[in-house]
Design a protein around this ligand. Structure first.
Ligand code: NAD
Length: 480
């Protein structure tokens, strides 16, 4: 069980509000833990602790190699606690235990990657005027605020705070109220394993209270946000009021484009897995399947066969997908399916719902719809559930136009044996990541990740994140 309080200056405490929030297990709908409902006063104390840590604390004086060592040690600590963390993640998010175990492996890898990166971000020397020496160095922003969603809390925690800490920032994180057990436990492990006072501070609570208080706090220097588009607007507005920077990782409606010459045996498990993974609650879920019309019937038949074998289950059943995270999310997904049915969009296939699923769990049936008319909301809006929209395209140009025809721009997948075509199409995708003959929903710690258009701006993951969490200072010295 994770700590239930707020972490400030390496001390756990309850909220000044005295209120708590029940945490429900998505598989049963029953509470299994509670978290503190933080308010302005708690956020203010956390930001003050972080400020002290960077300006006068042990953390602010620590050199890059030492910071890296602390982060790298966490990779081992997380691996040592892997099963405990995986069980916690599965119960909290509802995902199958094997997916939760993979998430913990990824979490350890984030700590490893950013631990290794801490002392490898260097400045430049710049040829300048005669008699002058000019150089740059990268500095931490200072106090960074981090707000993450509930779908992959175990991965998002180190993905967000890892690069920020590597660069020497002190962080205040608010994980999501729907699922935040593993971030709290990992923060506890960080304190036990040498992170000094104020380096890592955790605030739990509602978005409109704790989240808004954190993003609007006048003494933070940068905001890293992962979540919905609507909240993204509020975050960017809050950042603008304080004249600080932010990165926004928002939603997606990512296309998997299948040409007639694709290796279908290789593609099938990936195509279906990209929407089934964590019940479609993945920002980079491959939720649109675009199929070349000349092979439409042949390909869609094979996809349908595979999709119909998908099984829903509890984390312990360890099937292909679990429930969605909350009643609200369940109703949202069912709303999309109800509208698709009302619009008479053909249901091509549906996943299996075993009879012994617990009553009260937030389960939804996976659904494959198509052909989805291009103007239908299912063709362009993010469902964030296990619902896939299949659409035919005529030729390469049409595939490009259709893939780009949503407000989002996160990820695209291209399946073809024609290498030149893969490159041509890939370079015309208005997205942050393109996969050819593979699809990496959520994966790839080393790979810069982020959106174009309404999927947001800025990059997380990879080395790019180290640049996001730092600022360049140029120094010019006249010596002649
Ligand atoms: P959300 O925006 O409602 O919540 C995300 C986080 O923001 C939570 O911690 C929440 O408490 C907080 N929050 C809510 N209102 C706030 C406010 N007014 N001020 C400050 N913080 C606030 O998003 P959600 O519905 O919980 O998450 C799903 C969305 O997140 C989807 O659209 C999905 O695509 C997106 N997402 C994106 C990525 C990515 O990397 N691009 C990853 C995961 C999820």
């Amino acid at each position: 069980m994770a700590r239930t309080g707020i972490l400030i200056d390496n001390q756990w405490r309850q909220s000044e509000s005295g209120r708590t929030i029940d945490v429900l297990a998505p598989a049963t709908g029953q509470p299994f833990a509670s978290i503190a409902a933080a308010v302005d006063a708690d956020v203010d104390a956390a930001v003050k602790a972080a400020r002290r840590a960077v300006e006068s604390g042990v953390w602010g004086r620590m050199n890059a190699a030492e910071r890296g060592r602390l982060l790298s040690r966490m990779a081992i600590v997380v691996a040592d606690h892997a099963e405990e963390l995986a069980q916690l993640e599965a119960r909290d998010t509802g995902k199958p235990i094997k997916q939760a175990r993979n998430d913990i492996v990824a979490a350890a890898r984030y700590f490893e990657f950013y631990g290794g990166g801490a002392d490898k971000v260097h400045g430049d020397t710049i040829p300048f005027l005669a008699g002058h020496f000019a150089a740059t160095e990268r500095l931490p922003h200072g106090v960074t605020a981090h707000i993450i969603p509930w779908n992959y809390p175990a991965q998002m925690f180190p993905r967000s705070v890892g690069p920020a800490l590597a660069m020497g920032n002190a962080v205040v994180m608010k994980p999501a109220e729907d699922a935040c057990q593993t971030p709290l436990r990992m923060a506890e492990l960080m304190v036990e394993n040498g992170f000094p006072e104020g380096a890592i501070n955790m605030i739990t609570g509602y978005g409109h209270e704790a989240g808004a208080a954190l993003s609007g706090h006048p003494d933070i220097d940068f905001i890293s946000f992962i979540g919905s588009n609507q909240t993204g607007v509020q975050i960017q507005t809050a950042a603008a009021r304080n004249h600080i920077g932010c990165t926004l990782e928002l939603g997606g409606k990512s296309a998997q484009i299948v040409f007639a010459d694709a290796d279908l045996d290789a593609a099938l498990p990936v195509l279906v897995g990209a929407i089934v993974q964590h019940a479609g609650q993945t920002c980079s879920a491959g939720s649109r399947l675009l199929v070349e019309r000349s092979a439409y019937d042949r390909i869609v038949e094979r996809v349908a066969e595979r999709f119909a074998q998908v099984r829903v289950g509890t984390p312990e059943m360890d099937h292909d997908l679990g429930p969605v995270v909350s009643r609200r999310q369940q109703e949202r997904v069912q709303g999309f399916c109800g509208r698709a049915d009302a619009d008479a969009i053909p249901l091509i296939a549906a996943g299996q719902m075993p009879a012994d699923l617990p009553q009260g769990g937030f389960f939804v049936q996976p659904r494959l719809y198509g052909p989805v008319p291009r103007a239908n909301s299912l063709a362009s809006q993010e469902v964030f559930g296990p619902v896939m929209a299949v659409m035919p395209f005529e030729d390469e140009a049409d595939a490009v136009a259709l893939a780009n025809a949503t407000p989002y721009g996160l990820v695209a997948g291209i399946w073809t044996r024609d290498g030149a075509r893969a490159l041509r199409v890939g370079r015309r995708m208005q997205v942050g990541q393109v996969f050819v003959n593979c699809y990496g929903a959520g994966g790839g710690i080393e790979l810069p990740f982020g959106g174009m258009k309404k999927s947001g701006h800025g990059r997380e993951k990879g080395f790019e994140a180290l640049y996001e969490f730092s600022a360049v200072r140029t120094m010019v010295i006249k010596h002649d």
